[in-house]
Design a protein around this ligand. Structure first.
Ligand SMILES: C[S@@+](CC[C@H](N)C(=O)[O-])C[C@H]1O[C@@H](n2cnc3c(N)ncnc32)[C@H](O)[C@@H]1O
Length: 451
């Protein structure tokens, strides 16, 4: 049985640099071009496009195979995508000039590749070589650090419509030799292209990293660069058991980047969360540590009678008001400067939200917030925790386990917590019907009701 008219597999198996592979011959570009053609021709329901691992034909890449007939293509280029779509995936006529149908040669090549691969692995094992997976994990900071420095310097904006290292160095007031080295590394990472001495942004970099682009996310991403400085204290933080001050946060610029980073995460997620919770019977919402106000904005847009209050630190609420104003809901989303660890919450709320908040605090602080939230909610009111939720062993999902360390380096007593912990704390605070709502994406919801 075939659920699709055609199922296309494109090899995207990465190999160490210098070793032939489909991605090294351009399979990611082929994948992208096929995807766009499928979309443009409205064939999404007929054609399933899937990536796959090595099929053993690395010297003939990019390789792809179309089922159910099992038609193999080799040395495909992005420029072939339109023809493959029109001839094969629409009219069921394979593109002969690209078809590879020498089954005997393919079988022999695949067996030879498998044997070579196993022999190489055995030799590495015997020589005591570190597996590639570990090498890559250990050096994983290098590409990350290049992009973060490029964002900090705003290099993509300085590249503009195209410039050489000297011009870019002058625009950034930075050393030309070093700027040239960084630019070349960014080309190697496929974030820039180079022709002669001139560098250009890729379409992706121009879209997401350049000042003036509608989808520019640089401000929010610079927050990740800010966090990197904290992560470099991890060894000391593990020894000490809590964060080690780095002396560069808590500036207005740091706070602006932080809230922009939070808004970047929350903007598209907030409507999903509000939909999952339902806004129908909700009149009053308290958004503790609401940051950019994204969740209150989504609530206000979902229910015409909803009134929200964002409580956040004094240095943040003016930024909240900016985002709320831009969303056009200032009449229904108010801001309150305060400290949720000390200040009275008020009373009569239908929903109190803790989006990406509990991980900043210790168990004792969270228990206290839950207890005071219970008092501040109306009957049938709900406390909503959104966070990265760990399994009972606290070892998965990977993102939540890593994020716990993000809190170790950034806070006095924060961490990621498990569903069991949140449930216990909610029950201890008096909440009933505590349940978890699974959502797409890395974070989940825990909801408790006042009965
Ligand atoms: C990780 S952000 C989450 C922002 C927002 N809830 C969201 O999901 O986009 C944490 C927020 O809590 C605020 N915050 C931290 N400590 C606070 C405190 N003691 N009282 C009030 N707000 C606080 C921060 O200023 C920041 O806006």
């Amino acid at each position: 049985m075939e659920p699709f008219r055609f199922h296309v597999f494109v090899c995207t198996q990465q190999k160490p640099e210098g070793i032939p592979s489909c991605p090294a011959s351009g399979s990611l570009g082929v994948l992208d071009a096929l995807d766009r053609e499928i979309e443009a021709r409205g064939l999404n329901h007929d054609v399933q496009l899937t990536t796959c691992g090595c099929m053993g034909f690395c010297d003939e890449g990019p390789v792809m195979v179309v089922y159910p007939a099992g038609v193999w293509y080799r040395r495909v280029q992005p420029s072939d995508a339109a023809e493959i779509l029109a001839a094969h995936l629409r009219d069921a006529k394979p593109v002969d000039r690209l078809v590879w149908n020498d089954a005997a040669a393919m079988k022999a090549m695949s067996i030879e590749h498998g044997e070579k691969f196993r022999a190489t692995m055995a030799a590495h094992e015997k020589a005591g070589m570190l597996p590639d997976r570990l090498e890559q994990m250990i050096r994983g900071y290098m590409p990350s650090r290049c992009i973060l420095t490029a964002l900090e310097l705003d290099i993509f904006t300085a590249v503009g419509d195209g410039a050489n290292a000297e011009q870019i160095g002058a625009r950034l007031h930075a050393n030309v030799r070093a700027v040239g080295m960084l630019l070349n590394a960014l080309v190697a990472l496929k974030l820039l292209s180079k022709s002669g001495d001139d560098y250009k942004n890729t379409p992706e970099s121009a879209r997401f990293f350049v000042e003036g682009s509608k989808d520019n996310q640089r401000n929010g991403l610079v927050h990740t660069a800010d966090i990197w400085h904290r992560w470099s204290t991890l060894t000391d933080a593990v020894r000490k058991g809590t964060r080690v001050p780095i002396g560069r946060d808590d500036t207005p610029e740091w706070t602006r980047n932080f809230i922009a980073g939070m808004q970047r995460n929350a903007r598209d997620r907030a409507p999903l969360v509000v939909k999952a919770l339902g806004a129908a019977c909700v009149r009053r919402v308290l958004d503790l540590g609401g940051g950019s106000g994204a969740y209150s904005i989504a609530f206000a847009k979902a229910g015409p009678e909803v009134q929200c209050e964002v409580l956040d630190l004094p240095e943040v609420v003016s930024l909240t008001a900016e985002y709320v104003g831009q969303a056009g809901v200032s009449a229904r989303v108010s801001v309150r400067a305060g400290d949720m660890l000390r200040d009275d919450f008020g009373s009569g709320y239908d929903v109190i939200m803790l989006n990406a908040i509990c991980h900043m605090f210790s168990e004792e602080q969270n228990r206290d917030i839950f207890r005071r939230a219970h008092q501040a909610l109306a009957p049938n009111g709900r406390l909503v925790v959104q966070d990265f939720i760990l399994n009972p062993e606290k070892t998965a999902p990977q993102h939540a386990a890593l994020f716990s360390l993000n809190m170790l380096v950034a806070t006095d007593g924060g961490a990621s917590y498990s569903e069991l912990e949140y449930t216990r704390w909610m029950n201890a605070a008096g909440f009933s019907e505590v349940c978890r709502i699974h959502l797409p994406g890395p974070s989940g919801l825990i909801v408790g009701v006042v009965k």
